[in-house]
Design a protein around this ligand. Structure first.
Ligand SMILES: Cc1cc2nc3c(=O)[nH]c(=O)nc-3n(C[C@H](O)[C@H](O)[C@H](O)COP(=O)(O)O)c2cc1C
Length: 209
């Protein structure tokens, strides 16, 4: 049903190990637009969510829409950042614009509210769980794109851009924008990153006192 066989040669473990935030991207991705769309649909279809609520909403911007999105973000930021300090931001936004697509990920507040009403015992938990569900889908997309040779970064210009996104891309006001994922063809590998010792962050316990 998911047509996942087209992706089945890819190694998930290797992609978890090699995934990085990549910012030097262009639009010339090495998979077809259909594969790109099919994979997003596959990841969204199969992602876990609290009580199977499927609260994540996605709007995918490519081509003129992707370009316009970053033009609009630039306009918003230019109204906030003083012009003499704007150059680094403009450079950064130009890199996002040069990529292939922007994937906007939201959580539907109506679904969260319904769950809170239906399960009052866990009412305070559902907003956090919605973020967790969103993050799981983000990570599935990120690792999957890595396995297809695409480069990704996630951006958070929300909530500054929420109204613009509602006006331009038709997102209902009840959808909370969580992240803006930029996807493209990677041009430059990521620099080495600092990794804290796992001894302080990971424990395996197999004996009891
Ligand atoms: C919840 C979350 C929020 C992040 N927000 C941003 C962001 O707004 N902009 C950005 O460029 N990277 C963002 N990142 C990416 C991190 O900076 C990056 O994952 C981290 O530095 C480790 O680098 P790596 O992704 O190459 O492993 C975010 C990552 C997470 C998990």
């Amino acid at each position: 049903m998911d047509n996942y066989e087209q992706f089945s040669k890819m190694n998930v473990i290797e992609s978890i190990a090699t995934r990085r935030s990549l910012y030097e991207l262009d639009h010339k991705i090495k998979i077809t637009p259909k594969q790109f769309r099919d994979f997003i649909a596959l990841a969204q279809t199969n992602a876990p969510s609290p009580v199977n609520s499927q609260s994540t909403r996605i709007i995918v911007l490519t081509d003129a829409a992707h370009q316009k999105h970053w033009d609009e973000v630039e306009k918003i930021l230019a109204n906030i950042i003083p012009s003499e300090k704007f150059a680094p931001t403009a450079t950064k936004l130009a890199k996002f614009r040069a990529a292939y697509a922007t994937i906007l990920l939201f959580e539907d507040g109506n679904v969260v509210n319904d769950l809170q009403n239906k399960y009052p015992l866990y009412a305070t938990k559902y907003p956090d769980w919605a973020h967790q569900a969103n993050a799981m889908l983000q990570y599935a997309l990120w690792v999957g794109f890595e396995s297809m040779g695409l480069g990704v970064s996630i951006q958070h210009y929300n909530p500054l851009i929420d109204e613009m996104v509602q006006q331009n891309w038709g997102a209902p006001a009840t959808w909370q924008l969580i992240t803006e994922m930029v996807v493209g063809n990677p041009l430059v590998p990521a620099k080495e990153k600092m990794i804290l010792p796992l001894t302080e962050r990971l424990q395996f316990i197999d004996t009891i006192e």
